[in-house]
Write a protein that binds this ligand. Structure first.
Ligand SMILES: NC(=O)c1ccc[n+]([C@@H]2O[C@H](COP(=O)([O-])OP(=O)(O)OC[C@H]3O[C@@H](n4cnc5c(N)ncnc54)[C@H](OP(=O)(O)O)[C@@H]3O)[C@@H](O)[C@H]2O)c1
Length: 326
């Protein structure tokens, strides 16, 4: 069994979930995959906050202590872009592999981070940054690598989907938004969600992975203008409204569109309710695939983080074995 040391940045919703998930699955992973994953240090802002299941001795307020201290993988779960990008760059420069759930950072600085990682010969795992528990990055990078993707259509923002499906049940937009905020789905400032920007950022990342072609056109419309009456009228006609994100191959590139759409109630995407996400992929040879699941939340998102960590661990083990054989 090989030990994989993790420097963890952030112990909030996802970071705390990661620590708890690892505690429950560490033995299974060690016996099945030959990997003993150990968190060596955890960066937080507030040392006094109660964190059930987290060893307080591991907590520190110093990022340097986490990144520079001996570790194999730095897992970034603090969110935001300024500090997160400095910490990730430092980790890469020190030769650490990196795992992040930070979609905003990848949308802003992805190419720069991937270039630095490639130059230093380290990996960057980002499965958790899009659609939480749904393994969409892996599906596009590996599972469907043997096909030409024609189109991706999805419900990529759980907050908007929660609001729209609550409005279907008669709530006003404002009340549905407040309910989403109370449940912790929406940000205190939910502009990125309801203006469609969050979905557009995710779509852009998926399109880069799936199409590797220039963006010819991009349109983004959120759900702020949708009223309960619009949904009631759609339902009377056997339809409903969902915020749909779609990337489509067109001659010479790809077109990206995020917009509220009326869809038939028997459409697969109409059946996606509350904060769930879905991604429908059309492959030239494979035909239609549909992935559905929890797009956010503590443990669901933590599974994606842990899977990335395990993949990096397996790659490291394979490299070490190859060197030993040589
Ligand atoms: N929540 C989800 O369901 C979800 C789903 C997919 C992706 N994500 C992404 O995952 C990342 C983390 O989200 P989250 O919901 O877990 O956030 P969160 O609950 O706010 O947790 C952030 C953690 O990072 C720490 N932190 C933040 N800034 C820091 C700084 N400058 N220095 C030291 N520590 C700092 C906080 O410390 P304190 O605890 O001391 O405040 C906290 O432990 C984000 O990039 C988010 O977009 C989240």
């Amino acid at each position: 069994v090989r030990t994989l040391k993790i420097g963890l940045l952030g112990c909030g919703v996802v970071g705390g979930g990661f620590v708890r998930l690892l505690a429950s699955d560490r033995e299974r992973i060690a016996s099945r995959y030959g990997l003993d994953i150990e968190v060596t240090r955890i960066l937080v802002r507030d040392l006094d906050r109660l964190r059930p299941g987290v060893d307080p001795k591991l907590l520190t307020r110093s990022a340097i202590e986490v990144i520079d201290r001996e570790c194999d993988v730095v897992v970034e779960l603090i969110g935001g872009t300024a500090s997160a990008s400095c910490f990730i760059r430092r980790a890469i420069d020190l030769g650490r592999d990196v795992v992040t759930a930070n979609k905003a950072l990848l949308a802003e600085r992805g190419p720069e981070i991937f270039a630095a990682a490639a130059k230093r010969g380290v990996g960057v795992g980002f499965e958790a940054s899009i659609c939480g528990a749904i393994p969409i990055i892996r599906a596009l990078q590996r599972g469907l690598a043997g096909d030409t993707i024609e189109r991706i259509t999805g419900i990529l923002n759980g907050t908007c989907n929660y609001i729209l499906t609550r409005m279907e049940r008669g709530l006003s937009f404002d009340d549905a938004l407040s309910a989403a905020q109370e449940k912790g789905f929406a940000e205190a400032d939910p502009t990125l969600d309801i203006e469609g920007i969050d979905a557009a950022q995710k779509l852009q990342i998926l399109a880069e992975l799936a199409f590797d072609a220039p963006v010819r056109r991009q349109t983004v419309t959120g759900i702020r203008a949708i009223r309960t009456a619009d949904i009631e009228s759609a339902v009377r006609r056997g339809k409903t409204i969902r915020l749909i994100a779609e990337a489509q191959r067109v001659p010479g590139g790809v077109e990206l569109c995020v917009e509220p759409r009326e869809i038939a109630t028997d459409d697969a995407l109409a059946r996606i309710v509350d904060e769930n996400n879905a991604v429908q992929i059309r492959g030239r040879a494979a035909g239609e695939l549909l992935l559905v699941g929890k797009g956010a939340g503590s443990l669901p998102t933590a599974t994606a983080v842990l899977s990335d960590v395990m993949e990096i661990g397996s790659r490291r083990s394979a490299r070490a074995t190859a060197v030993a054989v040589a």
